[in-house]
Structures are given as structure tokens and as C-alpha cells.
Design a protein around this ligand. Structure first.
Ligand SMILES: *Cc1c(COP(=O)(O)O)cnc(C)c1O
Length: 430
């Protein structure tokens, strides 16, 4: 096989959609085909189970329920209240927290709710700089959080690629931020929540652990938990946690009221009940023993992939990985991140170009690519496959440098063949 199979509209799976709107149904079918055929290495993506997918497409969609269970501004909540209570109870049990709010529409609004709960416009807030691996919503300039608050930023050391805790402490004690965010989007190493908590205590700041990327690893016991250390925990539900697109805020009891008030009525209107339901299903799945195996397999695959890449001369930020994510600096390969990412996409390997710490290039044309193993692990790939994946990346990056489209097409065929043997959860395309 040298070409991906042509896509077939998934009319049999979405008969009403196919009848009402064939154009849109064809796009959904094409996307299913793409997700089935490609090797998806974007570390913030995953495949949800068929059960999560079904829950997120239910008639719960039709219901308005501003407020919280037992305290709504609309009637008819007999079932919705129970759905949300179930999601909240499962979140508290899974992560071991006093309080959970499952209503934030996504990770960014969840973080904005934290600002609303604990800070006033103009207050100083502290987070990791975006080009160092932080998130926009941690006070970065182009984000509302950096425009409405005074963001001060820490980073990683140039020599180790690890958080520089001496610099974090110095900055925190000098700036006395209201909030300190730890966590990020391109951090390949374990986050030392205890070290951040000590600094936050010294500085009198609220510590927010943003575990959007690693929530599933924490739930599965493959990364330490921030629960003993952080005042507030913010997470998306759609990354390693393998739930629907959504978010949660977890907190100690003392912060419960402030968090709830900030999410509603502070920031949002009615919760997306179909998403709440799907979050409940995902949390149920994440509480099973098999999810612990999944979380550990994600990390084992990432480590094996990192080793295989290092063996091929790739330069990995921090020298490797402790989690699901690998950040590569392609400077030694003489291929810009964007050129490599676009070439790999044509080879059926989906990654994103990314800045690396101290990147001399621009964010829209950076030096690196970011990859991760949550999706391929969901499909059942193991450490035995990681050498093949590294070899494809190596050949793909070299083909990108040489402008060799035939080599990319050849990889595309090999990728399609392997992925065909590992059906993706939730996808019915054949
Ligand atoms: C993904 C992510 C977010 C934002 O999530 P969205 O759902 O895309 O708004 C916030 N913080 C971190 C650390 C993330 O990785």
C-alpha cells in the first residue's frame, strides 16, 4: 500500500446527518478516516472511547441548567442534577480532592475563572513563559490574562532544560504575585509540585497546578499528584485523561465557594450537560485498573521513543522525557520545525511545530517539534513499535530537508499499514 485508502463517507454511522447534510457528513467521515489512518503524535490529543463519544452526543444537549445541582435557575433538573453530581463525585474520588467543579467549557475558561476567584485586574500573576513551555493563560502578553493582569514569567535553565527553582523563588519573592501557575504545554519532565508549593507559601501566593496535559497520568499513578500541594488544580478533560473537550477545577474545601462563584455566575452561563455526562463516563473509565496500565504504557512508550530518537541523533529538550511528551530541537538536523511538521503530516505523522527554550527563531516558525504518545497508546501500540516510529520520524525529517516527496509518500503507506492493524477507540471507519 503506497497511498492511503480514499475516504468513505460514514453514512452508516450517522444516517440522520448524512441525510440532512451530506456535505457536512462527508467531512466528518473524512476526519474519521484521517484519524484512523494516521499516526497522531500531538501530545494534547487522544482518542475517546465509543462510550464517551456517545455520551457527548446525547439529548442532555437540549437542557439549560445554570447554577449547581439543587440550586438551579431553571426547572426540570431531575436528571441533569444527578448527571452533574455523578461527575463531581467521580472527579473527587479519582483525584482525592475536597471539591470539584466540572462546568468550565475548556481549559482556558477554567483558568480565567481562577483569576476571577483570586485576583483583581492589574494584580501581578506568575507563570511559565509561553516559549519555555508555559500556556497562554498563565499571564502571557497576547492572552487576556496577560493584558488584564500583570504577568511575570519564569522559565527553564538553558543548560538543563529544567525549571530553575532558584530563579522562580527570587522572582516570586520580588514580585509577590497573587497567583503562581505551575504546569504547561511543552514540559517533558515531572513537575515538582512540592517545590512550587514551598515558594508559593513563602511569597504568599495561591498555587495553581495546571495539569491539563498530565491529568490522565496523575489519575493513573504515572505522575505525582499536586493534590497535597496546590491550592487549586485546573485541568482539561480531553488530553491524557481521554475524556470529551472540557475542563475541571479541583480545590480544597476552603476555596470551593470562590471557585464555584467564579465559574458561574462569574464567567459562564449554562453548563454543557452533554459534556458533563461524557466527563462522568471518562472519569469512570479512568478509575478502572486498565487505565493505570494505560497511563504507565503512555510513559513507557514516550521513554522508548525518546531513546530511539536519541539513538538517531535527535536533540531532545532536557535530554529525554518523564511523561507523555517529547520536545525536539531540530537545529542540528538543519530543518526548521514548521517544514518538518508539514512534511511529516504528508507522511501521515501528525505533530506540531513548537518553540524550544531560548529559541532563536520566531514562534510561528520555530526550531522544534513537539510529539507525544497518548494517542498511539490508546490504539495499543507498545514499546516494541517505538523504534519504527522513531525511524519514520528520522526518515521524514531527512526527506523534509531534502524535499523528497516520494520518501514521504512511502512512509505514508507504511504508517497506514501499521495503523490499520490497530483500530482506534471510538472510530467505526473501516
Ligand atoms: C491545553 C491547555 C490549556 C487550555 O485548554 P483549552 O481547552 O485548549 O482551552 C490550559 N493549560 C494548559 C497547561 C494546557 O496544556
Amino acid at each position: 500500500m503506497t497511498q492511503p485508502p480514499a475516504h468513505q463517507p460514514a453514512a452508516h454511522q450517522h444516517p440522520a446527518l448524512a441525510a440532512a447534510d451530506p456535505e457536512l457528513a462527508a467531512l466528518v467521515g473524512a476526519e474519521e478516516r484521517l484519524q484512523a489512518d494516521t499516526l497522531r503524535l500531538i501530545p494534547s490529543e487522544n482518542y475517546v472511547s465509543a462510550a464517551v463519544l456517545e455520551a457527548s452526543g446525547t439529548v442532555l444537549q437540549n437542557k439549560y441548567s445554570e447554577g449547581y445541582p439543587g440550586r438551579r435557575y431553571y426547572e426540570g433538573q431531575q436528571n441533569i442534577d444527578q448527571v452533574e453530581r455523578l461527575a463531581v463525585a467521580r472527579a473527587k474520588a479519582l483525584f482525592g480532592t475536597d471539591h470539584a467543579n466540572v462546568q468550565p467549557y475548556s481549559g482556558s475558561p477554567a483558568n480565567l475563572a481562577v483569576y476571577l476567584a483570586f485576583a483583581e485586574p492589574g494584580d501581578t500573576v506568575m507563570g511559565m513563559a509561553l516559549p519555555m513551555g508555559g500556556h497562554l493563560t498563565h499571564g502571557w502578553g497576547v492572552s487576556a490574562t496577560g493584558r488584564w493582569f500583570r504577568g511575570v514569567q519564569y522559565g527553564v535553565r538553558e543548560d538543563t532544560g529544567l525549571v530553575d527553582f532558584d530563579a522562580v523563588r527570587e522572582l516570586a519573592l520580588k514580585e509577590r504575585p497573587k497567583l503562581i501557575f505551575c504546569g504547561g504545554t511543552a514540559l517533558p519532565r515531572t513537575i515538582d509540585f512540592a517545590a512550587f508549593a514551598e515558594i508559593a507559601r513563602e511569597a504568599g501566593a495561591v498555587l495553581v497546578a495546571d495539569i491539563a496535559h498530565i491529568a490522565g497520568l496523575i489519575a493513573g499513578g504515572a505522575h505525582p499528584s499536586p493534590v497535597p500541594h496546590a491550592d487549586v488544580i485546573s485541568t482539561t478533560t480531553h488530553k491524557t485523561l481521554r475524556g470529551p473537550r472540557g475542563a475541571m477545577l479541583l480545590a480544597r474545601e476552603e476555596h470551593a465557594k470562590a471557585i464555584d462563584k467564579a465559574v458561574f455566575p462569574g464567567l459562564q452561563g449554562g453548563p454543557h450537560n452533554q459534556t458533563t455526562a461524557a466527563i462522568a463516563v471518562a472519569l469512570h473509565e479512568a478509575a478502572q485498573p486498565s487505565f493505570r496500565d494505560y497511563a504507565h504504557a503512555v510513559v513507557a512508550n514516550a521513554r522508548a521513543l525518546a531513546d530511539a530518537l536519541l539513538a538517531r541523533g535527535f536533540d531532545l529538550v532536557s535530554g529525554g522525557t518523564d511523561n507523555h511528551l517529547i520536545l525536539m530541537d531540530l537545529t542540528p538536523k538543519n530543518v526548521p520545525g514548521k517544514i518538518a511538521a508539514k512534511a511529516l503530516d504528508r507522511a501521515g505523522i501528525v505533530v506540531n511545530y513548537n518553540t524550544v527554550p531560548y529559541d532563536p527563531r520566531k514562534p510561528f516558525d520555530p526550531s522544534g517539534i513537539r510529539i507525544g504518545t497518548p494517542s498511539l497508546t490508546s490504539r495499543g501500540l507498545t514499546t516494541a513499535h517505538m523504534d519504527t516510529v522513531a525511524e519514520w520520524i528520522d526518515r521524514g525529517v531527512r526527506a523534509a530537508g531534502a524535499g523528497d516527496e516520494d520518501a514521504l509518500l512511502k512512509i505514508r503507506g507504511e504508517v497506514g499499514e501499521l495503523m490499520g492493524a490497530f483500530p482506534a477507540p471510538g472510530l467505526t471507519a473501516t
